[in-house]
Design a binder for this molecule. Structure first.
Ligand code: ASP
Length: 344
């Protein structure tokens, strides 16, 4: 029997065209997009389309729209074998990270894709990205179970774990990668799945959709010359629950007494501070240098090898469930859906 796939169109470059008056790319109606893709009829899968009432540039993506995506998937969950989400590239890694937490115990593929050039343009990368994403969402193992039952991004020949992904290129077709996790599959003449790297859910349990996100989080990046008054002002922001702190190298900070004091005070006020390295690859190891040890002593918790996108989404999700700092701390110190590698 043919797999049934729900294609959810949110917007993004893939479905855009040039506005003749302004010369700017703007989202199009999906049916116009389909006119450029007669090949869709030839895919050996049954594909239905659901489009956002108003397609967006993904710069306008937000937690309310993530909740809408979760609701669409939950509503149609039993009627489809897999889901493909067409999404702009700019915030695709944030959406993929958020959905990985919001769709707890996901047992079906959710593949996000898009393109760098609109599908109506001759050299578009959108055609291959879309067709291969549908094929991946429809793929099954010999036992009939889905091949990739997790939230992932397919782009330019690579299938990536969604909550490990980062947009790495604003121009090239090779727009995404996962620096701290290998590819789930590589598509060439064949699609080579790396099955041992793919999450295996508990098929005896239902998928649990979550739609509540608490957005009281901020990202701050350390840099030489950072000023005390700026940091104190940031940490005093009302309703702040978490800070994603982008540190140097393996999780290091300057040894400034005021910084340690400000972080200790924030931690005592119940603010969660998560240490994520500014490096593209490699984990945080706070016990390695004194600049990292200082943070550990101030109560800062390790983000391990998480991306910034994923840390933000995880904190929003966890605080959407509970305000208990001990609960948050314990969940931040384990992998909920393959988002971090924790080496003891
Ligand atoms: N600005 C676009 C978006 O994220 C870029 C893209 O789709 O590639 O919606």
């Amino acid at each position: 029997m043919q797999a049934r796939i729900l294609l959810v169109y949110t917007g993004g470059t893939i479905g855009m065209d040039v506005n003749a008056a302004t010369g700017v790319l703007e989202p199009l109606d999906f049916n116009k997009l389909l006119a450029h893709m007669p090949e869709l009829q030839d895919i050996p899968a049954h594909v239905d389309v659901h489009q956002f009432a108003e397609p967006i540039d993904s710069s306008d993506m937000n937690p309310r729209l993530w909740a809408q995506l979760v609701a669409i998937i939950a509503e149609h969950y039993d009627n489809y074998d897999g889901f493909v989400i067409l999404h702009g590239t700019d915030t695709m890694a944030f959406t993929a990270s958020a959905l990985s937490f919001m769709l707890e115990n996901l047992t079906k593929p959710v593949v996000l894709t898009g393109s760098q050039l609109p599908i109506g343009q001759l050299r578009t990368d959108g055609r291959e990205n879309l067709i291969t994403s549908i094929e991946i969402a429809a793929a099954r193992r010999p036992d009939g179970r889905p091949r990739v039952p997790e939230v992932c991004i397919y782009f330019s020949g690579k299938l990536l774990r969604g909550n490990r992904s980062t947009k790495i290129n604003s121009e090239g077709f090779n727009a995404f990668d996962t620096f701290n996790y290998p590819h789930l599959a590589d598509a060439g003449i064949k699609i080579n799945y790396h099955d041992e790297l793919i999450l295996q859910p508990d098929y005896t349990q239902p998928m649990v959709p979550h739609t509540k996100m608490n957005t009281g989080v901020v990202v701050f990046t350390l840099f030489p010359g950072i000023e005390e008054r700026m940091v104190r002002y940031l940490l005093d922001a009302p309703n702040l629950h978490s800070v994603v702190m982008r540190t140097y190298g393996s999780g290091n900070a300057p040894q400034l007494p005021w910084l340690k004091d400000a972080l200790c005070r924030a931690e005592q006020q119940g603010i969660t501070i998560v240490n994520i390295t500014q490096c593209a690859a490699g984990p945080v190891e706070m016990a390695r240098y004194s600049g990292g040890f200082l943070l550990k002593n101030a109560g800062v918790i390790s983000g391990y090898d998480s991306t910034v996108e994923c840390a933000i989404a995880k904190l929003m999700h966890l605080y959407g469930k509970s305000n208990d700092p001990f609960y948050i701390r314990s969940k931040m110190q384990c992998a909920l859906c393959g988002e971090v590698t924790i080496k003891e």
